[in-house]
Design a protein around this ligand. Sequence first.
Ligand code: PLP
Length: 449
Amino acid sequence: MTIEDIDKEFFFHPFTQLREHQQHGPLTMVEGHGSTLTDTRGRTYLDAMAGLWCVNIGYGNTEMAETLRAQTERLPYYHTFASMGNEPVARLAQRLIAMAPGEMSKVFFGNSGSDANDTQVKLVWYYNNVLGRPEKKKIISRRRGYHGVTVMSGSLCGLPGMHAGFDLPLPMVHFVRAPHRLWEQQEGQSEEEFVRDLADELERLILAEGPETVAAFIAEPIQAAGGVIVPPASYFPAIQEVLRRYDVLLIADEVVCGFGRTGDTFGSEVFGVRPDLITVAKGITSAYVPLSACIVSAPVWDVIASGADKYGVFSHGYTYSAHPLAAAAAMTNLDIIERDGLMRQAKARGDHLAERLRAEFADHPLVGEVRGYGLLGAVEFVKSKDPLTAFDPALKMSAAVVQRARELGVISRALPASDSIAFSPPFVVTEDEIDEMAALARQALDDVA
Ligand code: PLP
């Protein structure tokens, strides 16, 4: 049996068209170096997505391998329940608090962005229970937002595909529009008016639900999976004004933006977000080992800590919370990013990516928008620019382009919510590799359009 046969026979793939998979089988990668992957047949691909927006330092980093070997020999695992600790995780928590924006106080560790956002909601609920406000539990999220796949974090997603078949979203989750200029900004509306419109929509929803029932608002600084939606500069300040007015906490989901993808440490710093809680994952270890974290502000922590009087033990945590291998990997990953100036490099490469994507795609009649920020880019396809008309979703233009680009040797990702293809390469990507990614993606469009 080939590895592909074994895969088809036994492996239940996540986020996969299961029937098609049974026919076509997997594309199995065996090796990676920098931004290049190699499959079982020896074919190489430029990974324009850094895996799933996460292998920021690139594949095959030997310093990470050495850290993992050394920590495995020293202490591969010990739990952190009931006041037990381990060295790498205490140091990582200290480092994250020093790096995080705003008045952050404590770090709770998990294993994925999904479980971290799930934890954030539990923290918010616990906080309001400690404060004696048991009715303040609703969460507001945004259309096109992506926050994970657990029952709660899947509910927080503003992507219909994440709910279908799973009886989601849970009823305490409500949605407002995304700041997606292409589709949401009315003709003749200035940016200021557009932002006001979005902030007013949020305020109307809070008032309609009753501010005493609304606990938190969750947002990615840049919506990644929803289409690389970059907000106007005044968006988050306007949104925050509304949230503060009604005592609604802000959870910044920095799973993609965190640790340099925007060119700054956190997307919150770029877009003026002042979060009460921050979710990180992916780039914290460049995905060499699973790790996520909830970074908790001092005022929220103070209330949660005082919950001991009412509830005793804080009964939440995972076997793998604060795993020493993951914490050691995160420390080395952050060392590499700082020492090699990879955040600055991400910004510079991002500027080059934006320029190449605009050059290859902006004038194409089927391209509605080329957008991005830092080392994040997207090209959105439309049936017509004037009048602006989307393709029939069944046509899946972005999926066709991504499929063809893969045959040409570039791995991009289709973002169906906005019929876009995404670019989020490792920070170590070279300018030549970016040129090739953009040129081959353009060739893919020409081949399928
Ligand atoms: N939040 C954001 C912004 C994400 O992009 C993702 C994953 O893509 C998640 C949360 C979920 O993370 P995970 O897949 O690690 O559960």
